[in-house]
Design a protein around this ligand. Structure first.
Ligand code: PHE
Length: 427
């Protein structure tokens, strides 16, 4: 059922045995929600860009989602057996081309061609994932990068770094654990001095603290406007840093933000590995990169309860949001959900159906009428060794009531496709 040629953003690509992009996913690549000035994702993007305007960054917003496997993985040092490369996790156009799984796929070209010291990239990214209120196969990231050339600054590099750090606007943010110890897997790079690593790290962290402070202060303002009187809305924002791991940065960190009584993972970052810069044709240069997911932050900011709403074409959603304004989403209706189970036997545990592959079928048959899919039961028959899996599908529309008849039809076509595609016996 896979066409010989796939057209994405006006370009033709030959398909092969790696191709796993469905028409549903193909449709999402044409939406560019982050470019819409009156869409929550676009409003959030502009808000951040405005904060960093004049601080030495170029803003790239037009990169198309199809990139090479090299750009997305190899140029960043992903090992060949990294699970992110699997067909169950990534949408492949063909063996050498895919839908980017993160904006870091553009680091190389940005470091090469950017004429300011730093850049921001905003774009849609794609991952085969489970379906629920906060996960969708397409979402949005904003990536930042910044470099300093040793050749350009010579023995003034340290004072240049200190000067650039001093230029970052101060915040009243409370930082816990701001210098966690390095771990063996996350060390300082040999080509950098201790002092360079320290100062690039401080510039990176202060930059991200400025970004999250800006965004979450806006979230507080909008919560207050919506009538909330929670005490935390009047306290400074609290964040913490912990060590993290990415193949293309070292050391690497993650920032978490204290929000409504829990730590929210917000943004991964680190000191760029020398290899990425030399791959970009840049020598004797040091720098940092970070990546932040926009969808979950926009859900907080705008009070949006379900990530699918970003993709709806319903006017009742879109007319609520306006250029440059954070407002709280008013649900226009709540339609009840309908639950259906699908259960089947697979011949052995080894032949289990991967949840992401099932998700893909469900999503393709029923699109945004799926609220969630969950594995609710699994067991192996003690005598036959056969394995049973049962998945629960919750059908629910954001925009209207679903009829029983329509849900039955969808469930039947999902059953047919599962039967045709996997070696299973439906129960
Ligand atoms: N690309 C990473 C992600 O998707 C985030 C990141 C960007 C980490 C840049 C380090 C540097 O999680």
């Amino acid at each position: 059922s896979i066409p010989a040629v796939l057209t994405i953003n006006g370009k033709d690509y030959k398909t092969d045995s790696w191709t796993n992009i469905t028409p549903t996913i193909q449709g999402l690549t044409e939406r560019s929600l982050h470019l819409s000035e009156s869409h929550p994702i676009g409003i959030l993007r502009s808000l951040i860009e405005e904060r960093f305007n004049g601080l030495g960054y170029t803003f790239y917003n037009d990169f198309k989602p199809v990139v090479s496997t090299y750009e997305n993985f190899d140029s960043l040092g992903f090992p060949i057996d990294h699970p992110g490369r699997a067909k169950t996790d990534t949408y492949y156009v063909n063996e050498t081309t895919l839908l980017r799984t993160h904006t870091s796929a553009h680091e190389r070209e940005c470091f090469t061609s950017c004429t300011t010291p730093g850049y921001f990239i905003s774009a849609d990214v794609y991952r085969k994932d489970e379906i629920d209120r906060t996960h969708y196969p397409a979402f949005h990231q904003m990536e930042g990068g910044r470099i300093w050339s040793r050749d350009e600054y010579g023995d003034k590099l340290e004072s240049k770094l200190l000067e650039d750090i001093a230029k970052i606007p101060q915040t009243d943010i409370i930082v816990e654990d701001s210098h966690p110890p390095f771990e063996d897997s996350n060390p300082k790079q040999d080509y950098m001095t201790d002092r360079e690593t320290e100062l690039v790290g401080i510039h990176l962290k202060k930059t991200i603290e400025l970004l999250v402070n800006e965004v979450f202060n806006e979230a507080k303002k909008s919560a207050k406007l919506a009538g909330s009187e929670e005490p935390y809305l009047n306290e400074p924002l609290k964040v913490r840093w912990s060590p993290d791991y990415f193949p293309w940065t070292s050391p690497s960190w993650e920032i978490e933000v204290w929000w409504k009584g829990e730590w929210l993972e917000c943004c991964g970052c680190g000191v760029v590995r020398e290899q990425v810069l030399t791959n970009s044709g840049i020598k004797n240069t040091i720098g940092w990169a970070f990546g932040i997911g926009l969808d979950r932050v926009a859900m907080l900011l705008f009070g949006i309860p379900d990530i699918r709403l970003f993709w709806t074409l319903d006017e009742r959603f879109h007319k609520q949001f306006h250029n440059g304004k954070i407002s709280t989403f008013k649900p226009y209706s709540k339609y009840p959900g309908t639950i259906r189970d699908i259960a089947f036997w697979v011949p052995s545990v080894e032949e289990k159906v991967h949840i992401n592959d099932l998700m893909e079928i469900v999503r393709n048959e029923a699109g945004d009428l799926i609220e969630s899919v969950k594995l609710v039961d699994e067991f192996t028959h003690p005598k036959t060794g056969r394995n049973s899996q049962c998945y629960r599908i919750n059908y629910q529309s954001m925009d209207r009531n679903l009829t029983n008849e329509e849900v039955n039809l969808l469930q039947d076509s999902i059953r047919d496709t599962v039967r045709a595609q996997f070696n299973v016996e439906l129960r």
